[in-house]
Design a protein around this ligand. Structure first.
Ligand code: GLU
Length: 580
């Protein structure tokens, strides 16, 4: 049970910076309709969050319950064997806080474990034991629950335990991912015994997937707390499983793991206050920088499929992504902290806007656009279930909001499952760069650079939205497009999530897009951007572009304020509402 004085003390202790200057202020009490919403990548996870809200839990109770439920119903995407980033808006203090429970490289890592020549040399860190970084989820989230939760740990973990023990119906998405990852799962006896029928064929849609070992692990966590994962016994057991698969993780890496509470990164767009996370993720900065550039253009006068807007978006995103790639890495390691402070500066924005105006000037002034482009089609078979990671958003009756993105990196992470536990270990080591000179080279104890960027939006100190998405480097591009659609093009959140998406890879000028955007439009975009750009058409609705889940509050002054949820059809996204 939370007590306000204790709560304030904990908040101050965690916040470290800025606490003294921040006064405790009570926000005007919001009346919300419905009084609580959870949007997650699986219906059972969203319903779990709402069950906890209806049982009297707050947004943190619901978030922790949803996070562990997602471990069960999306065992391929996130869980105890991985990490993530949590953004929390506290309606009483008006403060947004960041918990980084990102995985860390093992202490025994040294350069002879990988070769620094180019991306292909990093394959040892793609799967198997060397891919595994020290997981952070259970320690990070259980501490969050202990600090802010209202309900008992047993109550909050109850639904996840039930889904693991009784099983749940395999969706076409899960069946497709199991089929596409069967080879990885077959390399690990424990993984294949859980996720393949009798160790052989993948489960089919409609089958029931039971995870008894995971239910026992979750039950132990409910009773003992984080020591069920980070205590010496389990730490040795996890380290042994990794070493058997060729890795170097030690028990002391696990017992010594620490999460970090970081300062949130603020930005703004058209008068809204945006808050996201900073390094070791480059996603939040890329998102804010892209929007800061777009803020200087009359995007509202364009339309979402106007070739001029799409070209402008491509230029703004490419500039932001390229700038971030050069300098963002774990801020505890040399050199990166000081350089990132220049990224979101007025000087960078001015320079980038001037550069874009000089290159796109004619098109921005309305000159006719010549349409020309070779558009490569990316095979839909290969891209059927691309992606990784999961995101969910929560709001409770008091207006507290959580945006949480958690991951084991690629589908089924490293493919290593800890025997007897159901814990699928991440392959987050693959998020390091292996190119000479990169700030994101692997080092012992370092967190690999991420693209994760949960986002909270406020206006005049009042909550507006909590949103996020998986999708690796597509995370900031997907979020920027959703924000522009909601704010500039006045779309509701669900329409903005459903709408066709593009993604930009700035370093090699690749413009990828869903096939719902007409070819004629893409040809005009190509005509504006010029010959160095190439174009890739993907499926009409492609999980390559993420799986966004969010909540958005009504903009009218009605009381109670309407709360809308948005869930991504590119995954099994679902919105659950209190009282429905
Ligand atoms: N490992 C990825 C990252 O941190 C996970 C995010 C994602 O791919 O969706 O960027």
């Amino acid at each position: 049970m939370i007590r306000w004085i204790g709560f304030f003390a904990v908040t101050c202790a965690l916040s470290m910076m800025g606490c003294a200057s921040r006064s405790m202020r009570t926000q005007e009490q919001l009346a919300l309709n419905p009084p609580g919403v959870v949007a997650a990548a699986h219906p059972l996870a969203a319903e779990t969050g709402v069950e906890i809200l209806e049982a009297g839990g707050n947004a943190i109770d619901a978030a922790v319950a949803t996070a562990f439920a997602l471990n069960v119903v999306e065992p391929f995407a996130s869980g105890i064997g991985g990490g993530g980033f949590l953004l929390y808006y506290d309606a009483v203090t008006g403060k947004v806080s960041v918990r980084d429970f990102r995985e860390k490289a093992p202490a025994d890592l040294s350069p002879h474990h990988y070769r620094v020549k180019g991306v292909s040399e990093s394959s040892t860190m793609h799967s198997g034991g060397m891919a595994v970084a020290v997981p952070g989820m259970a320690r990070g989230l259980l501490a969050m629950h202990a600090e802010h939760g209202r309900l008992s740990r047993e109550r909050v973990l109850g639904p996840a335990i039930k889904h693991a023990e009784s099983g749940f119906e395999v969706s076409p998405t899960l069946a497709g991912i199991l089929a596409s990852k069967a080879d990885l799962l077959k390399k690990d006896k424990t993984a294949s015994s859980i996720f393949l029928v009798d160790g052989g064929a993948p489960y089919k849609p409609g089958d029931i997937l039971v995870q008894r070992d995971l239910s026992a692990t979750l039950r132990a966590i409910a009773i003992q707390g984080e020591s069920a994962v980070y205590g010496p016994d389990m730490a040795h057991h996890i380290a042994d499983a990794v070493r058997v698969r060729g890795g170097i993780l030690k028990a002391s890496d696990i017992t010594g793991y620490s999460f970090v509470d970081r300062e949130p990164v603020p930005g703004s767009y058209r008068g809204y206050d945006l808050v996201t996370i900073g390094p070791p993720s480059s996603g939040g900065l890329t998102l804010l920088m892209t929007l800061s550039v777009l803020d200087r253009f009359d995007v509202q006068k364009m339309s979402p499929e106007d070739p001029v807007y799409l070209a402008l978006f491509a230029e703004a995103f490419a500039a932001a992504q390229t700038a971030c790639d050069r300098v963002v890495a774990d801020p505890s390691f040399a050199g990166t902290g000081t350089q990132t402070s220049k990224l979101l500066s007025d000087a960078w924005i001015d320079r980038t806007v001037a550069d874009i105006r000089s290159r796109l000037g004619n098109a921005l002034a309305g000159a006719p656009v010549a349409g020309r482009a070779e558009i490569a089609k990316v095979s839909s078979d290969l891209s059927r279930f691309p992606g990784n990671t999961t995101h969910f958003s929560v709001i409770d009756a008091d207006g507290n909001m959580v945006a949480l993105t958690q991951t084991i990196n690629y589908w089924f992470g490293s493919g290593v499952v800890v025997p007897g536990t159901g814990i699928v270990l991440n392959n987050e080591m693959y998020d390091f760069s292996f190119e000479e000179g990169s700030v994101n080279l692997p080092e012992p104890g370092k967190r690999p650079r991420s693209s994760i960027s949960p986002l909270i939006i406020l206006q005049d100190g009042k909550p507006v939205a909590a949103i996020g998405t998986p999708g690796g480097r597509r995370i900031p591009s997907a979020l920027a497009q959703i924000v522009v659609r909601c704010i500039d093009f006045d779309q509701d959140l669900q329409s903005a999530i459903d709408a066709p998406r593009v993604h930009i890879n700035g370093s090699d000028h690749v413009f990828s897009h869903e096939s719902r955007i007409p070819t004629e439009t893409i040809r005009k975009v190509a005509g504006i951007l010029g010959e160095e750009w190439s174009f890739r058409e993907r499926n009409a609705m492609d999980a390559y572009f993420g799986g966004a889940q969010g909540i958005w509050l009504g903009r009218d002054s009605d009381k109670p304020v309407s709360v809308y949820g948005g869930a991504d059809p590119r995954r099994d996204g679902a919105v659950a509402r209190v009282g429905h």
